[in-house]
Design a protein around this ligand. Structure first.
Ligand SMILES: [Zn+2]
Length: 600
């Protein structure tokens, strides 16, 4: 058993999340965490909403809200959506907690003391008429990279590149239209070149990464420049240095604070358990966390933050770069074991776009369909290692032909037949098992090794394919053995044996599918007469800020109960529940209905 950190990308709290967001990292990280727990590892799965930065401030201004009010709204929406999908976070929190501020400031100070954060004079914008600093969000101009004519001072929303206000072509103040004046101003930079060697050594020792992720990360190291980590902005974490702490016009850049969330959320989780040092088992390079593993899940547009910036922060804080230094007060910290990046999901051949209504939000999806239907689609057809298209026709086909006609049918016919003829799990005939019986049981047992190894290697598409092969074998077995023909009293012992074997394989396949389909796995467990928790589920709790800030909802749960990753022999004589369908067959008309909802 080891300690496994599942660190999941932080959704930005400026709107509801669509299924593209949860397909890349939300559901896959949950599948991984559930499997690792079932296999006996001590898993800590953390994330939260990312709530600082210009886009939230701009949107809040437009709606007449404070940034915090806007973040409160979408934090709650996102927490409820992730809960609806059954994502088993130990803690899903947010970046506006006082705990997060304190941890971010501690990392900043530690890096600064070690010389990896350096002040640098750059050109900042001021308003010529007032002489005051002009925050990034109040400057607009043409993007120098893609030519988009309303790029903001810190970012182009069209091409997604990060910008500096001085890069904009024809910059204008959004307040009064005047052309800003650029004057010398001081900002803080992360000295990435001083950390390049330690990053290269770390990348050279990585094993099992998706090749494109490793290649992309190595290429990023070839051209490392110091990177600004503070901005002219009011909404964010204050800079924790004398002379800066009280300034309201300079803040730590949102991406710097958001990546630190993995650590601050782990610390918050530990503080909430009553053992404030417990986070060290997943993080400290010395002592308890020495053999811990950490897996970071994200979309490919976020690789740079996880394979360069975050390990650079961890190394610099631990005193490991070219300038050496001493570890900060949290002690030396583990660098990521693996960066697990997914590709993009498109929608009916187009990029997701909220403004063009090429989108389906998680909430709307869950109002009309079951969470496991989406989880199944993501597992078999998600953007694991290629860009992938979501189409309603394919969703319908996967749901009806595979989930309902394959797995649902196997569960339904074996449980119904056993319930009707025996009312309980039938016993194996003393005459024993045939070769066909033994062969099927062996296929199911072998699945625990095959499927488990594939999930551990982040090859979930292949993993669920192997689990569904067990289902297909069991369906073929039932068709060949045709227990429904064994109606005579003399044949009943053999019928019982066949159904016993089939139910045992249903139970095994259900365990193999539990990380992917936890909601239905619980139902199948109960159909087989099982009691108690088979697949633990997250809960939403309203909690107080640990350090006196406003209360907020978190996603958390007790995942210590539940099935283990092993075949559990079914006891003959256990009463069977009244059978009912586990999955819903969808009417083909949903395809046209859903397409009509999409914008043109
Ligand atoms: Zn652009």
């Amino acid at each position: 058993m080891s300690h496994v950190l599942a660190a999941v990308a932080w959704p930005y709290a400026n709107g509801p999340r669509h299924i593209g967001h949860v397909s890349g990292f939300g559901v896959p990280s949950d599948v991984f965490a559930r499997y690792m727990r079932m296999a006996g590892h001590d898993v800590l799965m953390v994330s939260g909403t990312d709530e600082h930065g210009t886009p939230i401030q701009v949107q809040a201004d437009a709606e007449g809200l404070t940034p915090r009010e806007l973040a409160d709204r979408y934090n709650r929406v996102i927490v409820e959506d992730l809960h609806g999908l059954g994502l088993s976070y130990d803690l899903f929190t947010r970046t506006t907690t006082r705990n997060h501020y304190a941890v971010v400031q501690d990392l900043f100070e530690g890096m600064y003391r070690n010389g990896y954060i350096v002040p640098k004079t750059t050109m900042g914008a001021i308003s010529p008429s007032t002489g005051r600093t002009l925050p990034d969000r109040y400057i607009e101009g043409t993007c120098p990279i893609c030519g988009y004519d309303s790029a903001r001072g810190d970012q182009c929303d069209n091409c997604g590149n990060q910008l500096d206000p001085i890069d904009l072509i024809n910059p204008k103040s959004k307040i009064n239209g005047e052309t800003p004046k650029f004057v010398e101003t001081e900002h803080f930079f992360l000295d990435l070149p001083a950390l390049a060697d330690v990053l290269r050594q770390w990348l050279d020792t990585r094993e099992g990464w998706r090749p494109n992720v490793l290649r992309f990360s190595r290429n990023l190291l070839d051209d490392l420049q110091p990177r600004a980590i503070t901005r002219d902005l009011e909404w964010g974490v204050p800079i924790p240095l004398d002379g800066w702490r009280e300034r309201t016009d300079k803040r730590i850049y949102v991406w710097f604070d958001a990546v630190i969330g993995y650590l601050s959320a782990s610390i918050e989780w530990a503080r909430r358990t009553g053992d404030p040092e417990a986070w060290r088992r997943w993080w400290s390079t010395d002592g308890q966390g020495k053999d811990a593993q950490s897996y970071y899940f994200m979309g490919k547009d976020n690789i740079v933050f996880h394979s360069v910036i975050w390990p650079a922060l961890l190394a610099g804080y631990s005193g490991e770069g070219a300038r050496d230094g001493e570890p900060g007060q949290l002690g030396p910290l583990n660098l990521p074991t693996e960066v697990v990046s997914s590709e993009f999901l498109t929608m009916e051949g187009r990029k997701f776009s909220s403004s063009r209504r090429v989108v389906i939000y998680v909430r709307d999806f869950l109002e009309r369909y079951d969470a496991d239907a989406l989880r199944y689609f993501i597992a078999v057809a998600g953007p694991e290692s290629n860009d992938t298209d979501f189409t309603w026709a394919e969703f319908l086909r996967r749901n009806n032909d595979e989930l309902v006609a394959g797995w649902g049918n196997l569960v339904n016919r074996s449980v119904s037949m056993a319930a009707k003829n025996f009312g309980q799990i039938p016993a194996v005939d003393p005459a024993g098992l045939t070769d066909a019986d033994q062969a099927l049981l062996a296929v199911a047992r072998a699945g625990f090794t095959t499927v488990g190894d594939l999930i551990a290697k982040h090859r979930q598409k292949q993993a669920i394919g192997e689990a569904m092969k067990v289902v297909a074998e069991a369906n073929r077995y039932l068709s060949e053995q045709a227990p429904w023909k064994l109606k005579d009293e003399a044949d009943k012992p053999r019928m019982g044996t066949i159904l016993h074997v089939a139910l045992q394989v249903v139970s095994d396949a259900n365990t193999l599918l539990t990380p992917f389909l936890p909601h239905s796995a619980q139902k199948v467990h109960e159909l087989l007469g099982g009691t108690g928790v088979h697949a633990p589920m997250p809960v939403i709790e309203q909690v107080d800020d640990l350090d006196g800030g406003p209360a907020y909802p978190v996603l958390t749960g007790d995942y210590t109960q539940g099935a283990r990753w092993e075949s559990v022999p079914l006891e003959a004589g256990r009463p069977l529940a009244a059978p009912k369908p586990v999955f819903r067959k969808l009417d083909p008309s949903i395809v046209d209905e859903e397409l009509a909802r999409l914008g043109g």
